[in-house]
Design a protein around this ligand. Structure first.
Ligand code: RB5
Length: 152
């Protein structure tokens, strides 16, 4: 069974309650590393937890949600091996996997409603990286990461 790590800050607590059962119904195991309380938390902490789970192979893919999706995606992308994309439409969510081999889907709980969020998740989880010419381009992205590791 594929493992999905789900992380969220306080802005997405209500949304998460609807999304985790939805993902589980699709046959995935969900590891919840997000907050379950409305009390404010710092999204970089959650983003790093999601990213570490994916980068270490303890989860196959990640979903990270904050108010806009932006802050948490920035945090996720600081972890080596992570390609986190903010999506708010189904086409982008699908192609984030097909062409970019994204391993963490991010979106904003204050941007998309529950039905759009479910659509984003469905497209992201159903799509497979196409490889081929896209593999070369994703490799070029990862080379940038390798060249800049440790840079201030
Ligand atoms: C929290 O208020 C908000 O700043 C956060 O959820 C996120 O949108 C940051 O990018």
């Amino acid at each position: 069974m594929k493992k999905i790590v789900f992380g969220n800050d306080h802005s997405a607590v209500q949304l998460k309650k609807e999304l985790i059962p939805y993902i589980e119904e699709k046959g995935y195991e969900v590891i919840n590393v997000g907050t379950d309380e409305e009390k404010a938390v710092d999204y970089p902490v959650i983003g790093e937890m999601v990213a570490n789970m994916v980068a270490s192979g303890n989860a196959d893919l990640g979903i990270a949600v904050c108010g806009t999706g932006l802050g948490i995606s920035l945090a996720c992308n600081k972890v080596n091996g992570i390609r986190a994309c903010v999506c708010s439409d189904a086409y982008t969510a699908r192609y984030s996997r097909l062409h970019n081999n994204c391993n963490i889907l991010c979106f904003g709980a204050r941007v998309v409603g529950p039905e759009t969020a479910k659509l984003l998740i469905e497209e992201f989880l159903n799509a497979q990286f196409e490889g081929g010419r896209h593999a070369h381009r994703v490799d070029l992205i990862m080379e940038i990461e390798r060249r800049n590791r440790g840079a201030q």
